[in-house]
Design a protein around this ligand. Structure first.
Ligand code: FAD
Length: 312
């Protein structure tokens, strides 16, 4: 069994693993995809002390740093369930992998991050990466000189529109509600740009393509009840991040109404010996540097727990 088992190999998980391994205790990391969201990121300019880097470069550095220590990395493995120590016969916390394997540990750090929310309309899946995108930083340049839409009028949607406006011919922002949730300063900025149109009360209903690429988007005007079609080449979906916490449903780990793992200032969850860090938690502001800080904190808390709790 492990002393510390980290579930998730993004910035939070990598940081947690290094802090645990540096205590000389048996540490494992199980990750569906080592590097996490950082792998989907282009330029990173706010990782303090590193003026500019790229996601895959930072992800490789994370892995290299973890590998400096005696850590079992189990990549391309998905956790399907967590069973509390009080419910297992051997007294260890069990992490059940979808492969069927069961990993046992005295403490567990959950750092499974988050993913972009989907629209769930016809055509979205079919045209994903064929015009439907979730990451303006990664895919924006692919639509240079073309027409695109941004779905969602929150901060990320309006930020994406401002960002894309400098690259593409025209950006149409579609917001479901009759008001924008983005900060006024961002809305003012978007409105000041000549090639951004913001449409409110607009429900996206279908992504249309020619079989290989997106060609247009249909939306319902929720006031007039009219269906409209916008010709475009790209659709950036910016309707929020969903925490990767589905596998915890029956675990007893308390989740917020949004599905985020509830943690206290020490990174403790509602289950003894189970800690959490990064984008999957209730800690606000989902950023690399925050996820790393939270990961190290959860790891130190796990160590604190281990020295106060007898082994099973
Ligand atoms: P993640 O990075 O999401 O990592 C989660 C890990 O858990 C992954 O290894 C994943 O495979 C694994 N996992 C998930 N479910 C399971 C499971 N069931 N079993 C096993 N493993 C699982 N932040 C910045 O600070 N600066 C930026 O410039 C920036 N740009 C961004 C651009 C994009 C396009 C995106 C998507 C994000 C960006 N972010 C940026 C945010 C930043 O990437 C995240 O805040 C950060 O990666 C969160 O780290 P994390 O470790 O909590 O989660």
């Amino acid at each position: 069994p492990y002393e510390v088992l980290v579930v998730g190999g993004g910035p939070a998980g990598a940081s947690a693993a290094i802090y645990a391994a540096r205590k000389g205790i048996r540490t494992g990391v199980v990750a569906e995809r080592f590097g996490g969201q950082v792998m989907d990121t282009m330029a990173i300019e706010n990782f303090i002390s590193v003026k500019e880097t790229q996601g895959p470069k930072l992800a490789a550095a994370l892995e290299e740093h973890v590998k400096e220590y005696d850590v079992d990395i189990m990549n391309e493995q998905r956790a399907g369930a967590v069973v509390a120590a009080e419910k297992t016969e051997d007294g260890y916390i069990h992490v059940e992998l979808e492969s069927g394997a069961i990993l046992k540990s005295r403490s567990v750090i959950l750092s499974t991050g988050a993913r972009w929310r989907k629209m769930n309309v016809p055509g979205e899946e079919e045209y994903s990466n064929k015009g439907v995108a979730y990451c303006p930083h990664c895919d924006g340049p692919l639509f240079k000189g073309k027409k695109v839409a941004v779905i969602g009028g929150g901060n990320s949607g309006i930020e994406a529109a401002i960002d894309l406006a400098g690259l593409v011919e025209h950006v149409t922002v579609l917001e479901f509600a009759d008001t924008l949730r983005a900060d006024q300063v961002l809305v003012n900025k978007a409105n000041s740009l000549g090639n951004v149109t913001i449409i409110k009360s607009a429900q996206t209903t279908e992504v249309i393509g020619d079989g290989t690429r997106v060609t247009s988007l249909k939306y319902l005007d929720r006031v007039s009840n009219e269906e409209n079609e916008v010709e475009l080449a790209g659709i950036f979906v910016q309707i929020g991040l969903v925490p990767n916490s589905d596998f915890l449903k029956d675990s007893g780990v308390a989740l917020s109404p949004r599905g985020e793992i509830e943690v206290n200032a020490k990174g403790e969850t509602s289950l003894p010996g189970v800690f959490a860090a990064g984008d999957v938690t209730t800690v606000p502001y989902k950023q690399i540097i925050i996820a790393m800080g939270e990961g190290s904190k959860a790891s130190l808390s796990a160590f604190d727990h281990l020295i106060r709790t007898p082994a099973p």
